[in-house]
Ligand binder design. Structure first.
Ligand SMILES: [Zn+2]
Ligand SMILES: [Zn+2]
Ligand SMILES: [Zn+2]
Length: 334
């Protein structure tokens, strides 16, 4: 594909050629990611994640540069056109590029896609700096497949329209090959979910998994939460925190600033800091409080928050405004 750069070029040199080369590169990374994804060994999955991120970054910036080339430059000192054309400048991040696309071109990426991009970015950072040890191949595959899905939609909706003719032709050819390959991968994901149907149906609670985001995280009594799809099972406390960050979108450090209550408390059954409020089933129905360490569950109506310390209290035996500890402390004062 690289050899097409010269033959399909619009000619004339200058910025058009720069963008053309960049798009060509982005599509090449995308296709490479899909090819690596089709294999299952750890090394291939690492490159699938790295190349997908490179592809997203390149294609989103190429679209931004179509608005104006200086928009992809990070420095406040804009480089000369010659420096830009030779790639000799510092470029903005993917997140900044998406933000700028929103402001200058009215191209907005919805919340679900932002999550998908962030998941790929996290995976890419781990793959680049550490390794994917600890990640299951199932999780990497589903995160990369979703990222590819976003990239395809981005190309179709925002990059393909108004692309110069040679660029449009290359986009069409690449998309055809990539769609076929990603279709096969999506079938594998669906088949795996299907094979889990009976087992998932046997669980009272099936939640969205914070690692792979499939509706396949199960809670069963006296067991830590675990994902049947990607086999994620880091222990109750870690899983609760990840669920809060990825699914409820409440972070330990940001919740106070955002004005939301921290949803994780000590479990009324096992005492572990893994008792989570606002649990949603995979069907998006709120079901109440559940412990990610021991599987204990209580509906929202059966829990009251202690007026004194903010911990949850089981009020099935009758309503009260203070928990046992706070009531005892108050009693001691008198
Ligand atoms: Zn999972
Ligand atoms: Zn518990
Ligand atoms: Zn209390």
């Amino acid at each position: 594909m690289q050899s097409n750069v010269v033959t399909l070029s619009d000619g004339g040199g200058g910025l058009k050629d720069v963008n053309w080369g960049v798009v060509n590169n982005g599509l090449d990374f995308l296709e490479s990611s899909v090819q690596y994804l089709a294999r299952s060994d750890n090394r291939s999955l690492k490159y699938a994640a790295l190349h997908l991120f490179a592809s997203m970054e390149t294609l989103v910036k190429a679209r931004l540069a179509r608005e104006h080339w200086t928009l992809v430059v990070a420095d406040s000192n804009v480089p000369t056109k010659a420096a830009f054309e030779s790639g000799n400048f510092r470029s903005i991040s993917l997140g900044q590029a998406l933000q700028r696309l929103g402001s200058v071109a009215d191209i907005t990426v919805d919340g679900k896609d932002v999550e998908r991009i962030k998941d790929v970015e996290k995976l890419r950072n781990r793959a680049a700096h550490f390794s994917l040890a600890g990640e299951t191949p199932e999780r990497v595959k589903v995160v990369v497949a979703r990222g590819i899905d976003f990239t395809l939609r981005f190309i179709e909706k925002w990059l393909r329209p108004e692309a110069p003719i040679g660029e449009a032709r290359l986009i069409d050819e690449t998309l055809e090959r990539v769609r076929e390959a990603i279709g096969r991968i999506q079938v594998l994901v669906e088949e795996r979910m299907k094979s889990l149907e009976a087992e998932l149906a046997s669980h009272l609670f099936v939640l969205d998994c914070p690692a792979c985001r499939q509706g396949s995280l199960v809670l069963s009594s006296d067991q830590a939460a675990r994902c049947l799809y990607c086999l994620y099972c880091p222990g109750g406390e870690v899983c609760a925190e990840e669920y809060s960050a990825s699914i409820l979108e409440i972070s330990r450090y940001g919740h106070a600033l955002e004005g939301v209550d921290w949803p994780i408390h000590s479990c009324l059954n096992c005492g572990v800091e893994a008792f989570v409020n606002h649990i949603y089933t995979a069907g998006q129905e709120e079901v109440g409080w559940a412990c990610f360490a021991c599987g204990y569950y209580v509906s929202t109506a059966e829990i009251e928050i202690c007026f004194g310390c903010g911990s949850p209290m089981d009020v099935r035996g009758g309503g009260t405004s203070l928990c046992g500890d706070c009531a005892a402390a108050k009693f001691e004062k008198f």
